[in-house]
Design a protein around this ligand. Structure first.
Ligand code: NAI
Ligand code: MG
Length: 364
């Protein structure tokens, strides 16, 4: 079956790192895979051409393809634009209209980088956990919201709001993920002080009891979870949590492993007619205007995002393993882009040298 990909390189280093992903896709296509790639604009570059950060035709194409791969959007050139046409609005529109409610953020420590973490080596070496953050509801969207006048001062208001069905669908994503890994799921909320947390815990427990009795389910208050994630992160496998706590906990977990240039993500929605989930894959980092155009960007986050596409959109787990192994090989050989060099002062490789080395390691 043909696998259709829409590639949206975006702004800044987005096109630079995506060029390296194209090399990886070409490598797979040269060995019998049939990825059919189309490319389009998102973010500032789309605004420059169309006056909008995401053209309707691009949005329609994103709804049709098996997976969207996005680089990054934004840059100083667009900072003064009206909010309605800001580059990030393009990304938000994709997430919203594709209804991508489950945000997957792995925190994985490559052996060769265990020394690079700010934590002790034995805490992070071999770490491989997955945080699933609810992405389309919760306090970032709940109504009422706003800044109102009350007596002689102003009040800022946001509302944490979750329906049972919103909790249920992301909980199912968590249980399914746990089944693909080591059958362990930890759900995090603050049921001790929040009503939405009480409902969250109840619904997750019910889904677990009725549909996933084989998965070992635990619950933890999110603040205790933050503590445990830094103390001994390897106690976890899959964590499922809401939008706000997931935002914080996934950033925290990500930094256990090293650089922003190493972090991939996936955002998944409901299954399409062909059984594949609606899906958008992107590195966690932004457009890095400070290094754009200089060949310094680390392409690994974007390449690992493609590895996630192999795993979660195309059931190509063995190929995803092979790609991750190639990245580990290259790091073990000592190749480092500038962001992965600490005090030791070795010479960095360029974006394209890193991509070439990874493709070469795929051959080995
Ligand atoms: P950023 O992630 O672009 O950069 C933060 C720092 O990390 C910079 O020093 C940058 O050089 C470095 N960095 C990031 N990715 C790297 C990579 N692959 N290799 C090596 N170094 C890397 O975040 P920042 O500076 O806050 O935002 C810059 C622009 O990106 C803004 O316009 C922002 O709105 C946008 N942005 C877009 C995102 C997206 O498209 N999903 C996410 C975050 C920010
Ligand atoms: Mg964040």
């Amino acid at each position: 079956m043909t696998k259709t990909l829409l590639i949206l390189p975006g702004d800044g280093i987005g096109p630079e790192v995506m060029a390296e992903v194209r090399k990886v896709i070409d490598w797979f296509n040269a060995r019998g895979q049939d990825f059919e790639v189309s490319e389009d604009l998102v973010g500032g570059c789309a605004y420059d051409k169309h006056g909008t950060p995401l053209h309707d035709d691009t949005m329609a194409r994103a709804q049709e393809v098996d997976a969207v791969l996005l680089g990054a959007v934004g840059g100083p050139k667009y900072d003064a634009l009206d909010f309605s046409v800001k580059p990030e609005r393009g990304l938000l529109r994709l997430r919203k209209e594709m209804d991508l409610y489950a945000n997957l953020r792995p925190a994985q420590c490559f052996d060769a980088l265990a020394d690079f973490s700010s934590l002790k080596k034995d805490v992070v070496a071999g770490l491989d956990i997955m945080i699933i953050r609810e992405l389309t509801s919760g306090v970032y969207f709940g109504e009422p919201r706003g800044i109102i006048n009350e007596g002689n001062e102003r009040v800022g208001i946001n509302t944490q709001r979750y329906t049972e069905s919103e909790i249920e669908r992301v909980a199912r994503s968590g249980f399914e993920m746990a089944r693909k890994r080591s059958n362990k799921l930890c759900s995090m909320e603050k049921a001790n002080v929040m009503e939405s947390g009480v409902l969250w815990r109840e619904v997750v427990q019910k889904i677990g009891d009725t549909a996933y009795p084989d998965v070992e389910l635990s619950h933890m208050y999110a603040d205790a979870g933050a503590m445990q994630l830094t103390r001994w992160p390897k106690q976890f496998d899959v964590i499922v949590t809401d939008n706000l706590f997931g935002d914080l906990l996934s950033d925290l977990a990500a930094m256990l492993t090293g650089s922003l240039g190493m972090l991939p993500s996936a955002s998944l929605g409901a299954p399409m007619a062909n059984g594949r989930p609606k899906a958008l894959y992107e590195p966690v980092h932004g457009s890095a205007p400070d290094i754009a155009g200089q060949g310094k960007a680390n392409p690994i986050a974007c390449i690992l995002s493609f590895a996630m596409a192999l795993r979660y959109s195309f059931d190509m787990g063995a190929e995803a393993d092979r790609l991750e192994a190639a990245i580990n090989t290259v790091l073990a050989q000592g190749l480092r882009t500038a962001d992965l060099i600490g005090e030791e002062g070795r010479a960095p490789v360029s974006t394209s040298e890193m991509g070439d080395a990874i493709v070469a390691a795929l051959d080995a």
